[in-house]
Write a protein that binds this ligand. Structure first.
Ligand code: DSN
Length: 418
């Protein structure tokens, strides 16, 4: 992009942004929660909407001058509802963690129990990890996979825990789980114990929007929350959707005034633009290709002897056991791959004995490379680069691989970067 004014006013920040553009363009992005937004989404993000305070909701604001903001937020809400077949949408959460926290407060009293996925089996920090403040306010209990070879969740054990612990929320959702959840089974457990069924679909929102993953509302879920910047390919932010208008009222109160102040209106406009993009037929093709690409990448990695947790993937991500596959921990693998221009992240694997800063696994996924137009053939190439780099006998080989990575990356433009 051309940053005309920034280039004159602040050389340092201008040059650092250009340096990051270069990194994105010349490298291969495999962090499964990252993506490249369109130039249209970026324009909305950097607009004069930044200048306005709009506490409240469309038609009920605390400040004057919100006529235009009301139209923008109403449009974002309408598009979100259409995209996910929701009765109500709150597009104000600043990010995923605030969306989670507002949902907990909207549906439960402090002290209530929430049943979520174990962090090392794929759950997320905001699902009650002890290091978070929210774990001091609510009581989190866990479910896990029955087998790390198939990824099947232990629904019998989940039901047993639910009956014993009486959660107010049964929480479906993950940040490092490569299989599809059985929402029907979770809904049934929630109904049996009188809990809300809530899905945190942050990772797979784009897959759901594009019809490449199941929509939990179709299985009777009450609330879905998400970020907007992962597979959904929008601006950084969050959103909460509900199955009924009554639940929507609880959520709205919990977001504002319960938890947040002024909404970030330029991001809400950018969310509206991203939702419009996701409503186009091309987005369905994109969402399906993300999954096709993930399967191709997973297959090729496994052919090369890489041990994947659950032995494959149904969605956009996969987790590899770096210790078993390469004899190094996830942090070492991540560092080597950084050197060749491939970005992914170290990650805990199920019941990991290693610490979070040097866990046993690496996590990778395909939303970003699919946005660049890469398909199965490129995925196989990427898998080969990864294996060659981590198994490289000497550091001399890494510059050669880096050159090949760059050649591949430069054949597929990043949206918004010339
Ligand atoms: N940081 C996101 C992820 O990578 O999964 C979730 O917060």
């Amino acid at each position: 992009m051309d940053y005309r004014y920034l280039g004159k006013v602040d050389h340092l920040i201008h040059d650092l942004i250009k340096e990051e553009e270069r990194r994105q363009k010349h490298g291969l992005e495999l962090i499964c929660s990252e993506n490249y937004v369109s130039a249209a989404v970026m324009e909305a993000m950097s607009s004069v909407l930044n200048n306005k305070y709009s506490e409240g909701y469309p038609g009920a604001r605390y400040y004057g001058g919100n006529e235009v903001m009301d139209k923008i937020e109403s449009e974002a809400i309408a598009r979100a509802k259409t995209l996910f077949r929701a009765a109500h949408a709150n597009v104000q959460p600043h990010a995923g963690a605030p969306a989670n926290i507002a949902t907990y407060f909207g549906l439960c009293e402090p002290g209530a129990t929430i049943l979520g996925m174990d962090l090392s089996h794929g759950g997320h920090l905001t699902h009650g990890h002890p290091v978070t403040h929210i774990a001091k306010v609510f009581r989190f209990v866990r479910y896990k996979m029955k087998s790390v070879e198939t990824g099947e969740i232990d629904y019998d054990e989940m039901r047993r825990v639910a009956i014993a612990e009486k959660p107010k929320i049964v929480l479906a959702g993950f940040s490092a789980y490569p299989r599809e959840l059985n929402y029907k089974a979770m809904r049934a457990i929630a109904t049996e114990v009188g809990a809300y069924a809530v899905a945190d679909m942050a990772h797979i929102a784009g897959l759901i929007a594009g019809g490449a993953a199941r929509n939990p509302f179709d299985d009777g879920f009450d609330v879905i929350l998400t970020t907007t910047h992962k597979s959904l390919r929008g601006p950084r932010g969050g959103m909460i959707l509900t199955a009924t208008p009554e639940l929507g009222k609880k959520i709205d109160k919990a977001v504002f005034p319960g938890f947040q102040g002024g909404p970030i209106m330029q991001m809400i406009a950018a969310k509206a633009v991203a939702f419009r993009e996701a409503l186009q037929p091309e987005f369905k093709v994109y969402a399906r290709q993300i999954v096709v690409n993930a399967k191709a990448l997973a297959e090729r990695l496994m052919e090369q002897g890489v041990k994947l947790i659950t032995n494959g993937t149904d969605n956009h991500l996969m987790l590899a056991d770096a210790v078993a596959s390469f004899g190094c921990h996830g942090g070492e693998a991540q560092t080597i791959l950084d050197e060749v221009g491939i970005t992914l992240n170290k990650n805990m694997i199920a019941d990991d004995k290693r610490p979070a800063m040097s866990p046993s696994g690496i996590r990778l996924g395909t939303p970003a490379l699919t946005t660049r137009g890469m398909k199965e053939a490129e995925m196989r190439q990427v898998a080969d680069f990864i294996v060659r780099a981590i198994r490289a006998g000497s550091n001399d080989e890494l510059p050669r691989i880096r050159k090949e990575v760059e050649e591949l990356a430069l054949r597929f433009p990043v949206p918004g970067i010339a």
